[in-house]
Design a protein around this ligand. Structure first.
Ligand SMILES: [Zn+2]
Length: 274
């Protein structure tokens, strides 16, 4: 029997039988690893509020001699992320990032850059100084680079014209081609993901600079809307899976936008009645 002491990000947990949980952990040294938490369902006291999605925890895993799954012996919170958990929108973004990692990663292959990227965006999300949408753009752009799916924004995929020489303010993004198409080559594409040149430059900037600096870039509202629409289509396409948490995130965003519109409307009608 060997014991392993490590920090880990919890990517997913599922119920196993009547009492146990299987947790999927992301550690710096080993990448994605699953472990069984025996009686975790029954005895809430053993792991109170700890085994939650995207928690940063400290774990003790025990491995037997065989090839069986390691057993989670102890788990304690390293970062509680209270400010994320009390906010439904922040929680849904963090859950989406954790699910992307879970869906893309193979077991037992370290991904140190991705591990540090995830901790960076969770810490910043908890601190609350940077808008969650910008953190999500940062996470997804850098995730694409780490995963080897970096989109090509340098030139039109079809005619190879450089971005700077394309004589239009916006281009069309084509996830299947891994990049952009100029309006001349993609004129007939309807219902397409349009990206202005300004958005493209900001997306490239956020991917190429130091993490701390990149988080502080100011996006215009148009760049945020275009960047999120593009990435939330491009990333699932390239990992070949549809994250369930993305649907939840979209539903919550829609409901919040509806709520904000209703509030603005009732504010206006109250103002009129005065
Ligand atoms: Zn072209």
């Amino acid at each position: 029997m060997t014991n392993q002491n490590t920090a880990a990000i919890l990517l997913r947990r599922i119920e196993y039988g009547d009492y146990d949980l299987i947790v999927t952990l992301f550690t710096e040294a080993e990448g994605k690893t699953s472990a069984i938490a025996k009686s975790a369902k029954k005895s809430v006291k053993r792991f109170p509020g700890v085994l939650e999605p995207f928690s940063l925890i400290h774990v003790v895993l025990t491995r037997g001699k065989g090839k069986g799954m390691p057993v989670l012996k102890e788990a304690s919170l390293e970062a509680p992320y209270f400010k994320i958990r009390e906010d439904i929108l922040k929680t849904s973004y963090a859950s989406y990032w954790a699910e992307l990692i879970y869906l893309w990663m193979a077991d037992g292959q370290p991904q140190k850059n991705l591990y540090h990227l995830m901790i960076h965006v969770l810490n910043e999300l908890d601190r609350g100084e940077i808008p969650v949408e910008i953190l999500s753009i940062l996470f997804q752009m850098r995730f694409l680079s780490i995963a080897g799916f970096r989109p090509n924004f340098d030139h039109c995929h079809t005619c190879k014209t450089d971005l700077d020489r394309i004589e239009c303010a916006s281009v069309v993004a084509d996830p299947a081609k891994g990049g952009i198409i100029c309006p001349r080559c993609g004129g007939a594409i309807g219902n397409a993901l349009r990206l202005s040149k300004g958005t493209l430059k900001q997306l490239m900037w956020i991917d190429s600079n130091d993490l701390g600096l990149a988080s502080r870039i100011r996006f215009t509202p148009t760049a945020i809307a275009e960047g999120l629409a593009f990435l939330e289509s491009f990333v699932p396409f390239h990992i070949g899976k549809s994250p369930k948490s993305l649907k939840v995130l979209r539903d919550i965003r829609r409901a919040m936008a509806r709520g904000a519109a209703l509030k603005a409307q009732s504010g206006r009608s109250q103002g009129n009645s005065k």
